[in-house]
Design a protein around this ligand. Structure first.
Ligand SMILES: *[C@@H]1O[C@H](CO)[C@@H](O)[C@H](O)[C@H]1NC(C)=O
Ligand SMILES: *[C@@H]1O[C@H](CO)[C@@H](O)[C@H](O)[C@H]1NC(C)=O
Ligand SMILES: *[C@@H]1O[C@H](CO)[C@@H](O)[C@H](O)[C@H]1NC(C)=O
Ligand SMILES: *[C@@H]1O[C@H](CO)[C@@H](O)[C@H](O)[C@H]1NC(C)=O
Length: 282
C-alpha cells in the first residue's frame, strides 16, 4: 500500500505540479512566445521621419504647338490624416479674397470662399498655396464647402529636400497632398497659360505595400497570439481535469484498499481463538 501510494504520489507530482508551478510554467510560455511574434517579424520596416505616405502625381495637358498630349510627373506627400487613395480630376487654382487691415487681396491660399469665375464641370482638384490659415481650414474649404475631389497644397517655401508633414483635423476626411513650391509653380504656370490640366494622384507603391504588409502582419500576429492563447488555455484545462481525475481515482483506490485491509484485519482478528483471561491463568 505504501509503495503504490508513493509511486502514484510521485507520478502525480511530476505530471501534475501544484498550481503555483503550473502558473509559473504558463506565464513563462506566454512570456517567451509573445515577444517573438512581435520583435522577430522581418516584414515590419521602420522608416524614421517618413510617417506620411508618398503621392505620385501625374499631370497631362494638350500642347497647343505640337497638338500632342504632354505628361509631367511629380512626387508629393499625403497629409497625415488624409484618405490614402487615388484621385483624379481637372486642376483649378483657387482664388479667394482675404481682408488684411481693411484691404482685400485676391490670393491662392484658399482660406475663404473661392471666387473663381468658372468652376470645372467635371471632377476637379483644388490647387492651393500654403500659408495664412490652417491646413484643416483649407481642406474643409476645398473638399467640404466646394466639393473638390482632392486638394493639393503647394509649399510657400523653396525646399525640395523636405516637405513638411501636413497635420490636420481627422474629422475632415478628404484626400490632401503636399507638393513642393517648384512643382506647384510649374502647374500654376500651365494654368496661367490657359491649359486644361488633368491630374492623377496615386499612393506611392512602396509605402502602400508596406502599409498593406503591416496591416496583414498585425492581423496574422493577432491571430497567432489568439490561437496560442486558446491552445494554452485548452492544455491548462486538460491538465487540470486530468489532475483532478487522477487525484479522485487515487483517493478512491486508497479508500477501497483501506476498507479491504480493515476487512481483512477484522477477519484475521475473528480467526484468533478467543479466550477470556482470568486471574491466575498461565
Ligand atoms: C504616372 O506616370 C507613371 C510614370 O510614367 C506611369 O507609370 C503611371 O502609369 C502614371 N499613372 C497615371 C495614373 O497616369
Ligand atoms: C473684405 O472687406 C471688404 C471691404 O471692407 C468687404 O466688402 C468684403 O466683404 C470683405 N470680404 C470678406 C471675405 O470678408
Ligand atoms: C509659409 O507658411 C507657414 C505656415 O503658414 C508660415 O509659418 C511661414 O511663415 C510661411 N513662409 C513664407 C515664406 O511665407
Ligand atoms: C460633388 O461631386 C460629386 C462628384 O465628384 C458629384 O457626384 C456630386 O453631385 C457633387 N455634389 C455637390 C453638392 O455638388
Amino acid at each position: 500500500m505504501r509503495t503504490s501510494g508513493n509511486v502514484l504520489n510521485g507520478f502525480s507530482r511530476w505530471w501534475f505540479p501544484r498550481s503555483k508551478a503550473r502558473t509559473l510554467v504558463v506565464v513563462y510560455i506566454l512570456r517567451v512566445m509573445l515577444p517573438c511574434v512581435c520583435a522577430d517579424d522581418p516584414h515590419i520596416i521602420h522608416s524614421p521621419g517618413q510617417d506620411t505616405v508618398k503621392a505620385f502625381i501625374n499631370i497631362s495637358y494638350m500642347d497647343r504647338d505640337t497638338n500632342t498630349k504632354k505628361e509631367e510627373h511629380f512626387e508629393g506627400r499625403y497629409g497625415k490624416n488624409s484618405v490614402i487613395a487615388k484621385a483624379s480630376g481637372v486642376v483649378m487654382h483657387t482664388l479667394s479674397l482675404l481682408n488684411k487691415s481693411g484691404i482685400s487681396y485676391t490670393n491662392h491660399f484658399g482660406c475663404t470662399n473661392y471666387i473663381n469665375p468658372k468652376f470645372p464641370s467635371e471632377q476637379w482638384i483644388a490647387l492651393v498655396k500654403r500659408g495664412e490659415c490652417s491646413f484643416t481650414n483649407k481642406i474643409k474649404m476645398a473638399t467640404k464647402d466646394h466639393n473638390a475631389t482632392a486638394i493639393v497644397i503647394y509649399n510657400n517655401e523653396s525646399n525640395t529636400q523636405y516637405l513638411p508633414p501636413m497635420e490636420h483635423d481627422k474629422a475632415i476626411a478628404g484626400i490632401s497632398v503636399m507638393l513642393s513650391l517648384e512643382n506647384g509653380k510649374q502647374i500654376v504656370r500651365l494654368l496661367n497659360e490657359g491649359y486644361t490640366v488633368h491630374m492623377h494622384i496615386v499612393p506611392g507603391p512602396d509605402e502602400n505595400l508596406n502599409a498593406q504588409a503591416q496591416n496583414s502582419i498585425s492581423k496574422t500576429s493577432v491571430l497567432f497570439v489568439s490561437i496560442s492563447f486558446i491552445v494554452l488555455m485548452v492544455i491548462s484545462l486538460a491538465w487540470l481535469v486530468f489532475y483532478y481525475i487522477q487525484r479522485f481515482r487515487y483517493s478512491h483506490a486508497k479508500e477501497r484498499l483501506a476498507r479491504r485491509l480493515v476487512c481483512a484485519a477484522k477477519k484475521a482478528i475473528a480467526k484468533i481463538p478467543q479466550r477470556t483471561v482470568k486471574v491466575g491463568d498461565k
